[in-house]
Design a protein around this ligand. Structure first.
Ligand code: CP
Length: 323
């Protein structure tokens, strides 16, 4: 079953959120617009709305996370859901319980939503296929495949600074080969109408045939950053890498690490993004990461609003009306 036959219902509305690939611009804009209203909620004295009151959300993180797990946690609480954070390190999976048995156990507690991070590509899709019909599954990052809520918070952050997607030039820099964020960002940018999307990095960290996604490949950072509006730096995924992928971290930084000097190739008002966690002095110079052009911490804040929007939509809520 393809992702979109499973993640959309018969009316084309989100049932699960597994991947950006194949989603129409109108649906992505609906998520962004809904998230704008939730961003307002985060600024209120009482940061809560009742949209998921009575719903039970389970955070299932089989892989480490700081930003994604905590912002999903906060998003669920701000939507008034009941939240279970299953600690995989102390759960019965360590005694050999299968993934499906764990899921059935959680379903027996009348859960409504699983938020899933897993090191295997396709894990969230697999869970969505096997979950009961009343359960919604949200992919919080699966292997090298997809990280759709990260892509949507990236689009939200870009739109806040650069509202017209069609005219943007966007460079995605670094370890594209291992990056689920790069894949999801490319699908989102292309769906939203960005014509000029570049991927920049060493040949050893560039997937074969990435041009098929409608991007241009650069191995030279200065050329790839020429006149861009948005720079998305990627983390070197050392946990997924073999030693031959880069010569040394110092050489990588010299060629692809973002410094103020290299940033001069981009437009003067270019924004600098990074999904985190950042490796200072490897992908990005500390001064750039902490500069006025960096929107890295805004990305984190926007993650709450985007995750509230996606969670609310998979539970049947729509953007119309006051929140
Ligand atoms: N961006 C991101 O997925 O970060 P975490 O691994 O901390 O969740």
């Amino acid at each position: 079953m393809t992702a979109n036959t499973i993640q959309l219902d018969k009316q084309g509305r989100l049932k699960h959120f597994l991947t950006i690939e194949g989603l129409q611009k109108s649906l992505l804009v609906e998520i962004l617009d809904f998230a704008e209203s939730f961003a307002g909620v985060s600024g209120r004295a009482v940061k809560k709305v009742p949209l998921l009151r009575g719903k039970t959300v389970v955070n299932l993180f089989f892989e480490p996370s700081t930003r994604t797990s905590t912002t999903f946690d906060l998003a669920a609480k701000r939507l008034s859901a009941d939240l279970l954070n299953l600690n995989m390190a102390t759960s019965s999976t360590t005694k050999g319980e299968s993934l499906l048995d764990t899921l059935q156990t959680l379903e027996a507690m009348h859960s409504d939503m699983f938020i899933v991070r897993h090191s295997n590509s396709g894990a969230a899709h697999f869970i969505a296929e096997h979950a009961g019909p009343h359960i919604s599954v949200i992919n919080a990052g699966d292997g090298q495949h997809a990280h759709p809520t990260q892509a949507m918070l990236d689009m939200f952050t870009i739109r806040r600074h650069k509202p017209y997607f069609e005219t943007l030039k966007v460079a995605i820099v670094g370890d594209v080969l291992h990056s689920r964020v790069a894949r999801s960002d490319i699908h989102a940018l292309k769906s939203l109408g960005v014509n000029d999307v570049r991927v920049v990095g060493p040949k050893t960290l560039m997937p074969a045939s990435i041009e098929r996604l409608g991007v241009e490949v650069f191995n030279n950072l200065n050329e790839g950053l020429n006149d861009v509006d948005v720079i998305i730096m990627l983390r070197l995924q050392k946990e997924r890498m073999i030693s031959a992928n880069i010569p040394s971290e110092q050489e990588y930084f010299d060629r692809y690490g973002l410094t103020f000097n290299k940033l001069k190739a981009a437009k003067p008002d270019a924004i600098v993004m990074h999904p985190g966690p950042i490796n200072r002095g490897i992908e990005i110079d500390s001064q750039v990461a902490d500069s006025d052009q960096s929107v890295i911490l805004q990305q984190v804040s926007h993650g709450i609003a985007i995750r509230m929007a996606v969670m609310a939509m998979t539970m049947g809520n729509r953007p119309e009306g006051n929140i």
